[in-house]
Design a protein around this ligand. Sequence first.
Ligand SMILES: [Zn+2]
Length: 280
Amino acid sequence: MRIHRGGLAAAGLALCLGALVACDASAVPPGGDGGPVNPPTAGGQASGAPEDEKDPASGGGSSVLDGKVIVLDPGHNGGNARHPAQINKQVKIGNGSKACDTTGTSTAAGYGEHAFTWDVSNRLAKLLRAKGAKVALTRKDDKGVGPCITERAALGNRLKADAALSIHADGSSASGHGFHIIEPIAVGGNAAMVPRSAKLGKALRDAYRAGTGLPYSNYLGEDAIDRRDDLGGLNLSTVPKVFIECGNMRNKGDAAKLSTAPFRQRIAESLAKGLEAYLR
Ligand SMILES: [Zn+2]
């Protein structure tokens, strides 16, 4: 995990992420910062299906997810490593400055965190859309740059998301294993969302533990809950938001799990259940 960031084109990117598909990151956002944003539409990257196309097996609108706006933030981006000047640009995060985004970690075998977060986010988006949720992602592919952490937070704010989730995997020492949630600390503008974010974090923690079988982190947090005030994605959010570190990519056991598609599907299913539990 650790860090996120984005390119100069990021300001335009998330505005068009409302539409999710075929968005040109270099496009100039209509109306500029703070301008009107289209609601998230269209099934987008994961399936290409319309956002309101429900899985017949889901029973249509019976889910608490029906009509809810969920912003998923796949950490990092595949092009970040090749664009250090863009991602190292300093941005204001409410209580200081930080790099716009970061490259993320990888497993020893070279499976990148950006690829992991992209895959999990799309699996999760598909599940949520099948139950009627309107889902927007903070990036449109896994080969671009950024967006900056400021923009990753701003998208949820603009869409007035019912919940936002940044998806990461950690790059800690090899002996550390397990997952943890990162909840916000009030630093000013995010104060009102902190209590609801704590509720969101616990719902996701419980669902993730039950659904994946992964243990709580043995190196960070208390019962898999950590709290931080140095993440722009949390400091700048006005909607309920947490991060999840899905496991430690530098730990052999965690890496083996995170590297398989069936396990990533379990992760997505667990996170969908956690979001449902929070919204219930
Ligand atoms: Zn990360």
